[in-house]
Design a protein around this ligand. Structure first.
Ligand SMILES: Cc1cc2nc3c(=O)[nH]c(=O)nc-3n(C[C@H](O)[C@H](O)[C@H](O)COP(=O)(O)O)c2cc1C
Length: 471
């Protein structure tokens, strides 16, 4: 994903700027998925939240996924002095308000510009698509129906009518937010045949170069491995690697600052550790790391059996774990003698093993039991030299959600340096190429993605529970 995504990529909304207005409905969480569907169509999306909407969904998720600061405050200016909702009104190709509350419909029908969503709609000449969501009696009320009719007939807004079904009030009726594909189709139809209003990126809403970070990992348990393992040849010699642990420790520090409970499994790190704020476990070898990792994740050292519950929300495997270990380490210091042949055996692929356990698969990849709950977010690191092409294969082979690939041969990137240039690959095929950044900034960019993935996981869980309740 580049900063200019949405401009010139394929899809029915390629090159379009879509303003997504979200208001204070229980269905606000579905706006996250709507944002994804719009970006999948090639749109550049900027999000506006009413004050009530921010009580249902935090702006960080929308900022991280849209790559734009989220408009929430009517009375605040952009950092460059422009008025945010006017910039959006003037440059958006379409505004879609989903979900739209009864209150918002009333405010809009009467031209009350008390929040950024109504203000942007009043100020724009772009088409407006409105998808209401509310309790069935609220929807049927003559006031709501009159407001909807005014928006449709007097203002020319496209109304994507709510659907019938179970409602948050536990009653049934018409009022559920319309299906997201129908809303996307309405947005596509609204812009069809119109020219792109503003193709100059400088005149569009600003990009979020550094999205605001908040305590978005409170209540999450993040397990991070850092450093490099050492595999003993004899009591004084080992096979090691150049990892110092800087990247993993930066991730642990960033997660702590964002409110997470952190377990840091540190293998021979060369930097100071946040021992006062995190649970720090020191290990030496790949075998020790495996035992401590399985204990921290599933509560069972060694063979994990069949865990049902994950003790963690996120695993970031930043440690450089040895791929080989001496088959028979000597108990005594070896002498020079006439030289030696060292027999090595492969170590287990820890990340793939954790992913298999978490997803309920056996060693052949067959599903043998239920995946652990809550579904953890798994992040791997791939240190490559030269091309990063193999990284995408690693992502699918290891069944992880995110893979951070870097070329450790590049100057300023990789082992020991304070900076890193990485590409973050995701399971949906996305590729986010970050510039050369301080490792701490790389850590925060990665955790932006992790926090958004956790929010999506929770939203999906909420949807599943609501669907179960309907049956
Ligand atoms: C849990 C909860 C869920 C709500 N869901 C809805 C809803 O789906 N639709 C709606 O019109 N109002 C809903 N409301 C009421 C709105 O949040 C309230 O009218 C608010 O003032 C809307 O502000 P806004 O239109 O400026 O976003 C809900 C309130 C609560 C507490």
């Amino acid at each position: 994903m580049s900063a200019s995504r949405g401009l010139g990529t394929g899809g029915r909304l390629a090159g379009r700027l879509v303003a997504l207005g979200v208001t204070g409905s229980i269905a606000a969480y579905r706006a996250v998925e709507l944002l994804r569907l719009l970006t999948a169509e090639g749109a550049d999306v900027v999000v506006l939240l009413s004050p009530s909407a921010t009580r249902f969904m935090g702006p960080l998720t929308f900022a991280a996924l849209s790559r734009h600061p989220v408009e929430t405050e009517l009375l605040e200016l952009l950092p460059d002095g422009r008025i945010g909702h006017i910039v959006i009104a003037d440059s958006a190709d379409v505004i879609v308000v989903a979900p739209a509350t009864a209150h918002w419909l009333g405010a809009m029908a009467n031209g009350l510009a008390g929040d950024v969503v109504t203000a942007a709609c009043l100020a724009t000449s772009a088409p407006v698509v409105v998808a209401p969501a509310m309790d069935g009696d609220m929807w049927k009320h003559p006031a709501t129906q009159a407001n909807v009719a005014r928006l449709r007939d007097a203002f020319g807004y496209v109304i994507v009518a709510p659907e019938a079904g179970p409602l948050a009030s536990r009653q049934s009726g018409v009022g559920r937010l319309a299906g997201l594909p129908a809303i996307v189709d309405a947005v596509v139809a609204a812009v069809a045949g119109r020219r792109i209003r503003q193709s100059n990126a400088a005149a569009r809403p600003p990009l979020a170069t550094t999205p605001p970070r908040e305590a978005d990992l409170v209540g999450r348990h993040v397990v991070v491995t850092a450093g490099g393992t050492r595999e003993p040849i004899d009591p004084v010699r080992y096979i090691g690697n150049r990892s110092t642990g800087k990247m993993g420790v930066a991730i642990a520090e960033a997660a702590l600052e964002r409110g997470a409970a952190v377990t840091l499994i540190a293998a021979n790190v060369g930097v100071s550790l946040p021992e006062d704020r995190a649970r720090v476990v020191r290990v030496e070898t790949a075998g020790e790391l495996r035992a401590e990792l399985l204990d921290a994740l599933f509560g069972e050292p060694g063979a994990p059996g069949a865990p049902e519950t994950a003790r963690f929300d996120v695993l970031v495997m930043a440690a450089a774990v040895a791929d080989f270990t001496p088959a028979r380490p000597a108990g005594q210091k070896l002498t020079r003698g006439k030289g030696m042949n060292l027999e090595l055996q492969p170590t287990p692929d820890l990340l793939a093993e954790v992913a298999r356990i978490a997803r309920g698969l056996d060693s052949t990849g067959s599903a043998t039991r239920a995946p652990v709950r809550p579904t953890p977010v798994l992040v791997g690191f791939a240190a490559e030299t030269g091309s990063l092409d193999r990284a995408a294969d690693k992502l699918s082979a290891k069944r992880v959600d995110l893979l951070v690939a870097n070329d450790v041969a590049e100057a300023g990137s990789g082992f020991g340096s304070d900076t890193n240039r990485v590409v973050i690959l995701d399971a949906a095929g996305g590729r986010d190429e970050l510039p050369l950044l301080p490792k701490r900034e790389v850590a925060d960019r990665l955790l932006d993605r992790v926090a958004a993935a956790l929010d999506e996981r929770d939203a999906a869980g909420q949807t599943a529970r609501m669907q179960e309740a309907q049956q």
